[in-house]
Design a protein around this ligand. Structure first.
Ligand code: GLA
Length: 385
């Protein structure tokens, strides 16, 4: 008996506590802003502080965006003791001061590192420094770590990601762990419990369906790769189809609306990737569409999936808590098409009182949709039980 009590106190109880720290996080998909898509390596404390200010003044914070994440290139070296050294020219006040500033705005602070010996931009990686780095992040006040997969020759993601995950848990600070391993080892099978989110593909690009040899691609191609992954997502463990390109300039407003609609329907992390200090009202209205965001943040945490594929016309649905259904009618072709579709035929039910999430209008009771749908656009509806 004594042995059992001792075992519980020394071994099991601490594990339960550590586990709790971890599992309470990311009960809905994380929301925030990340520097990479727009700024690449051109990051500085000035930029990050301005972005935190803009998150508040634009209304994005009120809409739910919380994490301000500095991606690659904030780090330049390790000191003689192996501590990671931030770029002193670009971050003269240091990471603790920056974290304090971000926290003072009611926001949370995120950093980036890499499971390999170097980051994807060949800055020092965290391989073999996991505990040291995790402790350092916790001391600075880091709330979110994006952890990449470059310079990892010979390393096993199933070993090195848990290593950093455990090091973060051991700090006792609640830190969201975002794995960026491009889906290479099918992390959806093994990463729940290790990370709160894991990238499922190569890097998103600000285009419709372009494709680069090195793996970068447009959001429509990324969307196609999410099919079948829906069963692996849920509160505390999300598929990550990469950060948003909304507002980065290369797509039309309808195309950005479609991109945002799908990231909401997929229960994807909503990490804005544009210059939110200088965005148009149209872009701001996309990013702060609270009824679309409510679909993303729905407490049931169910990732939506495709229910009809007729070539350029697709229908996707996401089951919401309490019985409502979010639905996207998607024209992926360039030309406008005529649609005549009944909810019943899609297996959803006969009629629903319907909210158009982009028109922000109640459409009354509908039994389906008959009408045109422009090329490269969506209709995004909430069908109410
Ligand atoms: C990888 C990631 C990107 C970004 C860069 C930084 O390509 O997928 O999101 O973090 O590294 O170098």
């Amino acid at each position: 008996m004594m042995k059992k009590v001792l075992l519980f106190t020394l071994l099991i109880y601490p594990l339960l506590i550590i586990g709790q720290n971890n599992t309470k996080l990311a009960q809905t998909p994380p929301m925030g802003w990340n520097s990479w898509n727009k700024f690449g390596c051109d990051v500085s404390e000035k930029l990050i502080m301005e972005m935190a200010d803009a998150l508040v003044s634009s209304g994005m914070k009120d809409a739910g965006y919380e994490y301000v994440v500095i991606d690659d290139c904030w780090q330049v070296a390790r000191d003689a003791d192996g501590n990671i050294v931030p770029d002193k020219e670009r971050f003269p006040s240091g990471m603790k001061a920056l974290a304090d500033y971000i926290h003072s705005k009611g926001l949370k602070f995120g950093l980036y590192s890499c499971a390999g010996t170097g980051t994807c931009q060949n800055r020092p990686g965290s391989y073999s420094y996991e505990e040291k780095d995790a402790k350092q992040y916790a001391e600075w006040g880091v709330d979110y770590l994006k952890y990449d997969w470059c310079n990892t020759e010979g390393l096993d993601p199933k070993v090195v990601y848990p290593k950093m995950s455990n090091a973060l848990k051991a700090t006792g600070r609640p830190i969201i762990f975002s794995m960026c391993e491009f889906g290479l080892s099918s992390p959806w099978y093994w990463a729940p419990g290790v990370a709160h989110l894991w990238r499922t593909t190569g890097d998103i690009q600000d285009c419709w369906d372009c494709k680069h040899d090195w793996g970068g691609k447009g959001w429509v191609l990324i969307l196609d790769e999410q099919e079948g992954l829906e069963k692996f997502a849920g509160p505390g463990h999300w598929n990550d189809p990469d950060m948003l390109e909304v507002g980065n300039g290369k797509l039309t407003i309808k195309e950005y609306e479609a991109h945002f609609s799908f990231w909401c329907l997929l229960a994807a992390p909503l990490m804005a990737g544009n210059d939110i200090r200088n965005m148009s009202d149209t872009i701001k209205n996309i990013l702060t569409n609270t009824q679309a965001i409510a679909v993303n943040q729905d407490a049931a945490g169910i990732q939506g999936s495709k229910i009809l594929d007729e070539g350029s016309f697709e229908v996707w649905r996401k089951q919401l808590k309490g019985g409502d259904i979010a639905i996207i009618l998607f024209n992926r072709g360039e030309k406008s098409i005529d649609i005549d579709i009944k909810w019943q035929k899609l297996g959803l039910g006969k009629s629903f009182s319907t909210r158009d999430l982009w028109k922000k209008a109640d459409l009354g009771k509908t039994t389906g949709y008959t009408g045109q749908l422009e090329g490269h656009s969506v209709l995004f509806y909430r069908l109410k039980k």
